[in-house]
Design a protein around this ligand. Structure first.
Ligand code: K2U
Ligand code: NI
Length: 181
């Protein structure tokens, strides 16, 4: 199982690369990567497992965060009706979005960033995401609320974007990759 030692931290170049498309149908290797990723996110939300293995709770993970520059994300997050969205997507793509924006009141964090970075992160309030699931199904999901935010956060990782890149007015010294600002 993946633990925090497998999570790449800011400053590693893989987090600034454009991840490569996954050849479909996904190979067994890519399916295994995806399965480990969703397992990590689910484990990170289980208090006993998270405590036992020192996992930081997460609602999403992108393959570059485990050092793999491929367009794979895993998300395990309740929507506004408390319906669970738990999925892996290969080659996810935001195909449309609202003009309206939203943000998390307390800003965002990242499993690859071991520090607080203050500031609001503007996100599209509603998005339509297309991609391919672990089972090989091509999906098109319309998302809003926290699910929309987490998908944007994870797809940013596939494009080498960190959440703090989007914080307006944040002094560049806080955007430095190196912990010694
Ligand atoms: O990609 C990651 O680093 C996982 C992040 C994803 C994320 C961060 C901020 C906003 C949306 C998604 C982790 O899940 S950070 C922990 C977390 C947990 C619950 C809600 C928000 C953030
Ligand atoms: Ni992140």
């Amino acid at each position: 199982m993946l633990t925090m030692k497998d999570i790449v931290r800011e400053g590693h170049p893989v987090l600034r690369e454009i991840a490569k498309e996954v050849t479909l149908p996904a190979s067994n290797e890519d399916k295994e990567i995806a399965q480990k990723m969703i397992e990590f996110v689910i484990n990170s939300q289980d208090p006993d497992i998270a405590d036992q293995y020192g996992l930081r709770p997460g609602i999403g993970l992108a393959a570059p965060q485990i050092g793999i520059s491929k367009r794979i994300i895993a998300v395990h997050v309740p929507d506004e009706r408390d319906e669970l969205i738990s999925a892996v997507l290969f080659n996810p793509k935001i195909v449309s979005h609202s003009v309206e924006e939203t943000h998390l009141e307390n800003g965002e964090g990242c499993l690859s960033v071991d520090r607080e970075v203050p500031g609001l992160v503007p996100r599209y309030a509603r998005i339509t995401v297309k991609g391919t699931t672990l089972e090989g199904q091509d999906i098109s999901w319309r998302l809003k609320g926290l699910p929309a935010i987490v998908f944007q956060h994870e797809i940013d990782h596939l494009n080498g974007i960190m959440f703090y890149d989007r914080i307006q007015g944040l002094d560049d010294k806080f955007k430095k990759e190196l912990p010694n600002l």
